[in-house]
Design a binder for this molecule. Structure first.
Ligand code: PLP
Length: 362
């Protein structure tokens, strides 16, 4: 049977060891003779599992004690709404750094609330989002916070360092596609959020890391959208997504065994470097993204010929290299190399591309 590599942008590959562990204890969680999917979220079995997951995430990201960790539902998309409702409580004004599709979705959802001034304070639209903005000039200083996307999943750009010009501003980051894969200093942010289905685990869980003194300032929010109420109830205001939290906990344990985020970042650098180096030397394929802004996790590439792109995707799929089709907004191809994606998969892709190049150079 052909070995399969899954280059999906999300839901993404999970570590093999995690799937195996989940399989092993699927019918009896911790000897309880109940599946983790069947246990009560009011039981000590759950509470211990939840607390361990939270503790491990705090350790992995070095999250300071004055930050709450919330395990929410509704995906990163619901956070586009929830963050403004909770944090834009003083000036009612939010600045957005526009670096592509997901950062646009963030401010579009905030606009739908019709409660806040939503300003795009910087944008890399002119480059068609093939690069990032590194300097922001805030004409109006009265922002409750400035929002940015650390890794642009579709366009393949990633912030290594935060843009300049934001000193003193609360920064909110959508880290959905590179949380735990690139080291950031949590202290630099007022709030970080991420959907789980890339580097954390499976869909159904969204992690929110928020500085405690920023929340609890708005009354009359719907309870499910109120960070303070969620924090006070350890994210179990209603029935939490127990299985998704369990899977995240297994991934956090696995990450600790791999020596944590710095080790993951080094591996992600090695994996992405292999592909970028080939792309930069190829006469057929190329990366549209400016070198210093390139993502470690999502790597778009093109041949410049639509038919050839399609031929490549079809042949790669037959060879077991799956989900390489680029996002419909940008076309071409995209290889997503999240934490659990193995180095040997990148080698297999590069070997396949070399062969394809030889046969199709024209
Ligand atoms: N933000 C980023 C950077 C993403 O990559 C995605 C999904 O791919 C989202 C937000 C939306 O996430 P969700 O499907 O969890 O709402």
């Amino acid at each position: 049977m052909t070995k399969v590599y899954n280059f999906s942008a999300g839901p993404a590959v999970l570590p093999k060891e995690v799937i195996k562990k989940a399989q092993d204890e699927l019918t009896s969680f911790k000897g309880s003779q109940m599946s983790v999917m069947e246990i009560s979220h009011r039981s000590s079995l759950y509470t211990e599992m939840f607390q361990k997951a939270e503790e491990d995430l705090r350790y992995l990201m070095e999250i300071p004690d004055d930050y709450d960790i919330l395990f929410q539902q509704g995906g990163a998309t619901l956070q586009f709404t929830t963050v403004p409702l909770n944090l834009a409580n003083n000036y009612r004004r939010i600045g957005y750094i526009d670096t592509g599709h997901w950062s646009q979705r963030a401010y579009q959802e905030a606009e739908l609330l019709h409660k806040f001034d939503v300003d795009v304070v910087a944008s890399s639209k002119d480059s068609n989002y093939t690069e990032l903005v590194h300097q922001v000039e805030l004409e109006n200083k009265n922002y409750d916070y400035v929002h940015l996307t650390t890794n642009n999943t579709i366009e393949g750009t990633m912030y290594r360092d935060l843009p300049s010009g934001l000193a003193g501003q609360t920064i909110v980051a959508d880290m959905s596609s590179n949380i735990l894969g690139q080291k950031y200093n949590v202290d630099d942010f007022g709030l970080i959020y991420a959907g789980a289905q890339k580097n954390i685990g499976i869909a159904g869980l969204t992690v929110v890391i928020v500085k405690r003194d920023l929340i609890g300032k708005v009354s009359n929010l719907p309870s499910m959208l109120d960070y303070k109420k969620q924090a006070d109830k350890q994210s179990a205001l209603n029935t939490p997504p127990v299985f998704a939290i369990y899977m995240a906990g297994l991934v956090f344990e696995w990450l600790k065994e791999q020596d944590g985020v710095a080790a993951m970042q080094a591996l992600n650098e090695e994996k992405s470097q292999l592909l970028y180096e080939y792309l930069d030397n190829s006469t057929l394929f190329s990366s549209p993204v400016k070198r210093e802004d390139r993502s470690l996790t999502n790597i778009p590439f093109v041949t410049g010929n639509k038919q050839l792109d399609e031929k490549f995707i079809a042949e790669a799929t037959s060879a077991g290299l799956l989900n390489l089709k680029g996002h419909r907004l940008v076309g071409g191809m995209r290889a997503s190399l999240y934490n659990a994606f193995e180095l040997e998969g990148v080698k297999a892709l590069v070997d396949f591309m070399k062969e394809f190049e030889l046969k199709n150079k024209g």
